[in-house]
Each structure stands twice: as C-alpha cells, then as structure tokens.
Design a protein around this ligand. Sequence first.
Ligand code: CUK
Ligand code: CUA
Length: 669
Amino acid sequence: MSVMALILLMAVAGCSKEEESPTATAVPASSDGGSQVASGVSAIAAERGLTEADIEAAVKTFVPSGTHDEYILFASGGHSGQMLVIGMPSMRLLKVVGVYTPEPWQGWAVGDASETSHILDGGDLQDGTELTWGDTHHPALSETAGDYDGEWAFINEKANGRVAVIDLRDFETKQIIKNPLSMSNHGATMVTPDTKWVIEGGQFPAPLDGSYASIDEYEEKWRGVLTMWKFDRSTGRINYDESFAVETPPYWQDLCDAGKLVSAGMIFCGSFNSEMATGGIEDGNPPLEAGISQADMDYLHIFDIDKMTAAVAAGKTDMINGFPVISLETAAAEGILHFAPEPKSPHGADVTPDGEFVVVSGKLDPHVTVYSVPKIKEAIAAGATERDPFGVGILDFDTVVEVQVEVGLGPLHTQFDDQGYAYTSLFLDSAVARWTLGGSFSDLHSEPDWELIHKTPVHYNIGHLVTTEGDTVSPDGKYLVAMNKWSIDRFNVVGPLLPQNFQLLDISESGTTMPVIYDSPIGIGEPHYAQIIKADKLNPWEVYPEVGWNPETQSLDPRAVAPGEEGVTRDGNNVTVKSTLIRSHFTPERVNVKVGDRVTWHMTNLETAFDATHGFALPGQNINLSLEPGEHQTIEFEVTDEGVFTFYCTEFCSALHLEMAGFFMVAPN
Ligand code: CUK
Ligand code: CUA
C-alpha cells in the first residue's frame, strides 16, 4: 500500500490526531469517500482490526523500500557486549557492531589469528585473562562545539571497566582499553563538547591498585575513580599516556554528564551509597539495597576539568599501576571535586542543552531536582561550609537547587527537545513524563515553567529514554525512544527470556500529544542507553578508499596483495600465503602446509563494487573473516593437526559463490 493511499484513507476516515486512543474503533470497511485505493486500504484496516491511531502511527513510521531512515540510533547492546545501529523512524536494525564480544559475520575478533582479535585483546585483564563478553551501557557520539559530528562513537563496558572507540567511517571498533585502576565503570562513556576527553566514571569501589583489602577496611582503603581519557582525533585513538584519573570516596558513583556552554569544563556524576554500606545480610547486617538507601541524601559529584589538568601539569599525581592519579586529598584541597546533596537513591544526572541546569532523579523520590549551574559556581566561589569524611566540600542544597518538579514514581533519566520540554523516564509508573523547563527555555513553550504537562504510558519498566540529538546543544525534538526493560505481553512469546522493548514516541507536537507509534523488540542483551543522530551527519564509506586497505590502521596496508602476486612460499617452518579474493574465486586455491608450520596469510579483497563482500571461513582453525570491498587482512596461526580442510567464502557473493572455495591441506611432519 502506498503512503498516498494511506493519506487518502485518513482523509476519508477523518483520522484524528488524538493519541493513545485504545477506544478508537476499527476503520469501517465501507467508505463513501470514493477512491478505490482508499476503500482497498480501509478494507485491509478493517480486516486487521486497525484503528485510526494505528494507521496514523503506521504512516509516520513506514519507510518505503528503497528509501532511507532520517535518523540513526546508536544503542548499547547491553550484556551482548555489542553496539546496535537502528534506523528511525522505521526502527529497522541496520547493524550489530562487534565490540566486546566476538562477532563472526564481521569476522570481529573470532579466534586468535586476526588483527581484530588483537584489538579485543587490548582490553584483556592485566594478568592476561582474556575477556570474550562485555556489559555495554552508554554509547557516546563524538561532538564538535557540543553537536554530534558523526565521526566517532565510544562505548563503555561495565563488568570489567573498559572503554572502546568505534570509527564511524566503517562502523568498526578500533581500540579497546582496560581501565588500569578499576574492575568496573558506569558513568561512561560521555564526551566533552569538543571530544577532547572521553569520561569514564566508576561504580563499584575497590582498592585502586587491584590489591586485596578486607571489607572492614572499606572506608580506609576502598576507593572510587573517575578516569579522563584523552582522545586524539588525528590518530583516532585514546592517548593512554596523556590520560589520568581522579580518586573519589567509596560511594558508588553513577551516571555522569559533561557540562556544555555555561557549564563547559564541568562534569556531573550522580552517586549512591554515601552510607558506605557493605551488606553482609548473612552476618545480620541490613541487605545492601536497604543499607544503601538509608540516608535522605547522596552526593552529586561536581568535577572541574581545568583544575584537574592544572594539578596533573603541576605533577600533583601519584602513580598507581603506572597510571597518574589525583588523590582524593588533592581533589578535595584543590577544589577539583565538590559535592551537592541529591535526594533519595539518585540515578540520572543530565545537563540541559544550554548547559545551565543539571537534572537529577532520585529513584525513590517522585521529583526531579534541578540544579542551577550559575548557583553552583557561586557556591563554589563562596567556599563550601561543610565537608564529607574525606574532606570534600559539600555545597548547601537550598543554595544550589533551582527547583524540584514532581513528575511521578521512579524517575531515572532525562532528555530534552527543541520546544523547551524535558522528558523523564518513570520506571515505577512505566511512563514518559513531559515537563517544562524554565530559564532560557521559558519562551519556547506556552505553559508555565517547571510543570508536569503530560505522561505517556510505555510498556514496561522504562530505563533510559533518548530524544533525537537529545544530548547536544541543539536537540531536534522529533522522536523519543523509550528503552523499556520488560516487554511482557507486547510480542509473541519466545520462551521465558523476553526481548526488551524500544518504543518510539512522536514528540513533535506540543502539549499533551505524545503518542507511542512503534514497538521494536530488542532480542540481544539489555540495552541501557542510546544516542540518536541525524542520518545526514554521518559520512560512512561505501567501499574502502583503496584496494588493500587495512581497517585496523585505516591506511593502505604495505602487505596488500596485488593481482599476479598470489602464491605460497616457505622459509623453514614459516609459510607465507598471499591471496586475492574476487568473484568467484580465491587465488591460490591450494595451500599445502605441514603440522608444526607457522602460517602468515595475507588476503586482499580486490572488489571495488558496493556491497561485494567476501568471507573467509577456515574450518579446524576457528577462523572466519569478513573482507569488505578493498579490505586487506593478515592472519597468523600455528598448524597443529593434520588433515584436509576446505576454506570457503561465507558471503553469498555471486551465482558461483558456492564454488568460491579452496583446499588447506596439512600433511604430517
Ligand atoms: S543505567 Cu541502565 S537504566 Cu547503566 Cu544508564 Cu539507567
Ligand atoms: Cu565470495 Cu561468496
């Protein structure tokens, strides 16, 4: 059915713009409107029991074959360890980018032989333990002057404290770094408005040098940490040697956000467990969740980047595990870290697009608390009157808070649009709250400032939410995605483990109109956060720039194999294979080696046509590669078992794809 037909149908059926109209009746099959096309569509709608609201939602989200989505959603893949790339408004899954977990389709880090495996190895633990999964939470798109520039993405890994860099020219992971001080992170990754720094906030405290300390020494020896990774655009890598960390008290640091515009140079991180509860229900202590939730207030952490870098430049750091760390004592004394009290088990901390306010939600408080950055700055300048047990200055709550807005039960995260509204996810209410901002946003909406306007129910147990370009200095305000933890009855039952549910909301109208227009099941991990960029800001390659391109270095590989150079050569036990791939053959097709040989295999895909990818599967060696047009890969492995193994192309690349194969023959030594 065409969009035109649907529009005709809506005209005929008199579609209302009312949202959430569960009582709306199915469109009548007969229409006196005239058009044959329209009556065909209304017949379909009647047969399928579709309401007018359903049809309107379908028209808003349908992206006809051959046309592209307007926005791209980069979502965390949760404990799949990957990053999801989804088109909007269609919500079609475009790619699962391999990050912390091997991904065979992309040949990403499968086995030990490839260069992508070595990138994943960059995140191995200090003792060499290999990690093959991760728990991703927060992707961050690179920014220029506070706006997404479409060049890079970063994503954290909570379980083992890692950070990854993804190049948006080819949507491949280029670097994975293991935090040298912490086994976990959470307020990660966020970038400063110029992407000079990639922020990795911590979560679970522990001794920073990785040593053992009894839980009785929690207050004395366990510590939190905020790590500042210096990103170098020219190399496309985090520069480990210019990075550093700030020691924090053993509260559980949580979500962070970087300041922008008036708050540029500041970092805000929520925290919980100012009680420093350590559990021990088995010893008669309150369980962790009760112990951690006793106090009325925890601490919003407010960091000053300029003061940090000044301390680093002045050598006011200690080396822990070979990494420079600003001690908690120095952070407190130099005003690098201040606290502002935040109510009742806080979670999100989100900076408004103008940088003037920080919105914090307490999970057990029906209000969001809005802090004023100018008031925070004044309070810091005036000097903190109180200090926590570690000497960190605490700002007076009433002095720095602008307002508290009652939004509903279980508020978590907040996003923004271009109409002066904020949107807060309500976990317990299973709803998205729309409320008005004051300050510079006052003129953008017609309602009073700081007031709840509307709640749209979502299904169910929403965690994060994300609006189009919602973390930038200029959000687009067209769509919102509710990232729901539970889907319950929304989809066909696929066994007891259910998919998450991304629900698309149309937020383009003001006031109380904010309908859900699409449900999208996410059957891979538990995505936490996402960011949405206008698709035309991305400038990805269709094929690699030159034949023989190495995606790991993003340059022409000197080992690239040109046509005519193919062959197998031997030097003692070292066998070098030079291969080319083009529809529909590998050259050479016969590779003879012996048990005990060390094989170095260079492979160049000679294709320059859009989408002409070849795979390379080598049975018996745990190897699968994806060679995209122009791509070069070199793999190295040792041969331990005799036998004959047929390597073949894993991408159906041509009519004779099944014939694209060759023989890897291992003779006894
Ligand atoms: S956290 Cu998951 S819902 Cu890791 Cu950002 Cu809030
Ligand atoms: Cu190449 Cu199939």
